[in-house]
Write a new protein. Sequence first.
Length: 237
Amino acid sequence: MIFAMREEAQLIIDAFQLTKAESHASSHMPFIFYEGQHKEIYIDLAVNGVDHRYNVDLVGPIPSALIADYVCRTFHPDLIISCGTAGGFRSLGADIGDIYTSAERCIFHDRHVPLPRFVESALGSYPVLNSETLAYELSFKRGIISTGSSLEKNEKDLRIIRENNASVKEMEAASIAWVCGLYEIPFLGLKSITNLLDMENSSQDEFCRNMQIACASLADACIRTISYLLNKSIDDL
């Protein structure tokens, strides 16, 4: 499981009693790793870490791609889950704390390269694990996840999100899905809604106000997802 923010990960670390994996600490990279086991499932949990210049969590596509590459090369996992918080759309049925799993593909909404074939490459459309049965069994919603580098609402970004039928806006999933595709490792996005993008509000204010609710919902979803995975192969999913 890969998280951008420490607050998003902490409840899961506590729930599974994961221990810090000091052997993966690096003087060059800010990544933080935890490890443990839930029955037959081995869990490696990765957090992007902290920008030591500003003492804030490293969010966004760049640190997420870096940590995904390290995870793929080092742990050779059967499945990578991008866990975190995200924006949703009330008009598409989202509410604060709702859980979405990735459906069909992950895209980028803010990479604008208006040249033949570069348009499609910038959008990405990276494949994801079919989560239809998992979502049905655990009562999660499903949607295309769209990734960008900004928390704030931008009309051009929102237009691209709508044009591509995406339901979830966040800052990490597509970059991780891209790396997973390079290593041929199955990818799943698991996102909890903090803010509603089609309401009259400030995304950053609503994000801060609803963070604890969304993190609690995300922790419950992660716990239930791991339990659901017990005794199942990737083919079973």
